[in-house]
Design a protein around this ligand. Structure first.
Ligand code: AMP
Length: 298
């Protein structure tokens, strides 16, 4: 079943203990749609500026991502600059330039409006709301956000929480949103704000799914993490892509989808930008999924 995503398409400048890169392809929707394209038909809603390199558009097109909803506007592309220290689980934002995102008014192409699966990737919650207004009969809606929007647009974010099925955030964001330091209590408080399910990502410690029941998906143990940027979006891409490919959203399917999210996130962090995802194949994904079975069997 088809899946639509709204999010950022960005030029990132990133510094990690493994090196530094300037103006590389990034953005929540870029990671998400690339990963999800290995599972299902993905329809992208996003905006870039006139300075956005054509090769990145060509790459997404090659991946089979539907780009009818990708707008090119006058001005500069959204830019994010971040740094990771030895603790690779937490990004330090050095600079956020909204640029063309500031005036973006997403209008869904007619072919997008009956998508059953919707992912509201990290972007202004007001834009997330505008997209939701235009989807006719969504079956499953999941959403991501970050500190920038939790503090910058709290009212709009609260409204979104009442309209979604599942929130996917990292532990720092869950604590900030709920005001609770304990993760289990944080999840309970967030569920009381609207979403039936909350997935809390904990970097190298894996992800916890809080819903009717609680499920833990470990992170795949890697010897080297070069750049954690996009791990969350790649988790979400595997999670939603898998669910959309099965047409399900029951708890058993959500468990398998969370493991698939851990698998896809583990590839994203092996190299800078989307470099590893560009060389990914479905057998790579399925092979690591099987390795997960052995990892957690007891
Ligand atoms: P992740 O590491 O999965 O949480 O997401 C990283 C991506 O989020 C980067 O590629 C950034 O371009 C993007 N990003 C950072 N800040 C924002 C923001 N305020 N709004 C939308 N996207 C952002």
């Amino acid at each position: 079943m088809s899946l639509i995503v709204i999010g950022s398409v960005a030029l990132d400048s990133v510094e990690t203990p493994h090196g530094q890169r300037e103006e590389i392809l990034g953005g929540s929707a870029s990671y998400f749609s690339t990963v999800a394209s290995y599972f299902t038909k993905v329809k992208l809603v996003a905006v870039v500026g006139e300075d956005f390199p054509e090769e990145h558009v060509a790459f997404l097109k090659d991946r089979g991502v539907d780009l009818e909803g990708l707008r090119k506007s006058k001005g500069r592309t959204f830019r994010w600059k971040g740094r990771y220290g030895e603790n690779l689980n937490e990004a330090q934002t050095l600079e956020t330039q909204l640029n063309v995102l500031e005036t973006f008014n997403p209008e869904l192409p007619a072919s997008y409006t009956d998508a059953p699966y919707v992912f509201l990737a990290n972007i202004d919650p007001e834009l997330q709301g505008k997209v939701l207004d235009q989807v006719k009969a969504p079956k499953f809606i999941a959403c991501d956000t970050m500190n920038y929007w939790i503090t910058g647009k709290p009212a709009a974010l609260r409204e979104i929480l009442q309209r979604i099925d599942c929130l996917v955030v990292n532990d720092g964001e869950a604590r900030q949103l709920s005001g609770e330091t304990n993760i289990t209590r944080a999840a309970k408080k967030i569920r009381a704000m609207g979403p039936k399910q909350v997935i809390i990502k904990r970097g190298e410690y894996g992800a916890l799914v809080f819903g009717e029941e609680t499920f833990a998906a470990p992170a795949f143990p890697l010897e080297e993490v070069k750049d954690p940027t996009g791990a969350g979006d790649s988790f979400a891409g595997g999670f939603m892509g898998y669910l959309a490919s099965t047409g399900r959203n029951d708890h058993e399917a959500v468990r398998a989808a969370a493991v698939m999210g851990s698998v896809t996130a583990s590839f994203a962090v092996e190299e800078f930008s989307l470099d590893r995802l560009k060389r990914l194949s479905r057998p790579d994904i399925d092979g690591r999924y099987e390795a997960f079975r052995r990892l957690v069997r007891f």
